[in-house]
Design a protein around this ligand. Structure first.
Ligand code: GLU
Length: 304
């Protein structure tokens, strides 16, 4: 397996030249474009790692499914989906347009920024610090990594410059989608996006979902239904407006983030974490996308 991973990483490293590192959030552009790493975990407890699997980066949108899990636990699945839809958009992750034009007045799904901000605003807590503290504890539980923290510089940079996210959040407050404090919701969202992880942490999250919401100890954290909901949304909406093509080429439920992470789940089989900060035009890791396509073809991993 390690030999295969090494070969696939070498092949896809070439692709990283053709992408760009995200720069719209201050600090993200410090990443090294050519970095590429993977961690793959299987149900028997085997762990395979290759390349820059140990490098820390901010989780960004890969945090969306995890925040969704806690919002479901806090509020119930029905309440969450009464406020946020379950349909792909075909628009960019940060698009604002459908918030007003959609016939049903709610963000299309929890994997785009608008939907994710609405979800983060549902996390329960006394105040914004307490809400984020609960969410960070939940991240630690799922990754089985007690050392997770968030990157202050990236958080404050996004808080300072995230005008479009702020605009969407206030619009959703006007529509009654966000019921709690808008600024609390945004603060939780910006902080969760700046949690620092490695490809290993992402593989642990993938493995948690592969086990339908159980930790490695067997402890059940979310219901089978909740785990299925997350995986379906990852499959239909997880790779931004590239989700359809990704389903066709790769066929593995995945979630990407502009920090370069991809978290993938092969139900009952594998958890995969990838890091590669060079992004394609849609905001997906260009090398990561290539790695998953090659792995899927070589090992026949498509769920379809
Ligand atoms: N924090 C980023 C934003 O809101 C996350 C985007 C992403 O990773 O897709 O723009």
């Amino acid at each position: 397996m390690e030999i295969l991973l090494d070969k696939i990483i070498k092949k896809n490293k070439i692709k990283t030249k053709f992408g760009t590192v995200a720069s719209y959030i201050p600090g993200l552009n410090k990443a090294k474009k050519e970095d590429l790493g993977i961690c793959l975990l299987d149900m028997d407890g085997n762990k395979y790692m290759c390349g820059n699997y140990n490098k820390k980066f901010t989780i960004q949108s890969v945090s969306k499914p995890i925040a969704l899990m806690l919002a479901m636990l806090d509020n119930g699945v029905d309440y969450v989906f009464s406020k946020v839809g379950t349909e792909p958009t075909g628009d960019a992750f940060n698009s604002i347009i459908r918030l007003e034009t959609a016939t049903v007045k709610k963000p299309y799904n929890p994997m785009i920024n608008a939907g994710a901000i609405a979800v983060s605003s549902m996390i329960k807590g006394e105040n914004k610090e307490d809400k984020f503290k609960r969410l960070l504890e939940f991240f630690k539980l799922i990754t089985e990594n007690n050392t997770l923290t968030f990157n202050e510089e990236i958080y404050s940079g996004e808080n300072r410059t995230g005008h479009k996210n702020r605009a969407m959040a206030y619009f959703m407050k006007d529509q009654g989608i966000i019921e709690s404090s808008v600024e609390d919701g945004l603060d939780v969202y910006f902080k969760q996006c700046s949690i620092e992880v490695t490809a290993v942490d992402l593989a642990m999250i993938g493995m948690f979902l592969a086990r339908n919401g159980s930790l490695s100890t067997g402890e059940k954290i979310i219901s089978d239904y909740e785990a299925k909901a997350i995986k379906s949304l990852m499959m239909t909406c997880g790779m931004y407006d590239g989700s359809g093509e990704f389903a066709l080429k790769v066929g593995i439920p995945s979630k990407s983030g502009v920090g370069g992470g991809i978290m993938s789940v092969l139900p009952n089989k594998l958890g995969i974490g990838i890091y590669g900060p060079s992004l394609d035009k849609k905001g997906n890791s260009i090398g990561g996308d290539g790695i998953l396509e090659d792995l899927s073809k070589k090992l026949n991993l498509s769920i379809f």
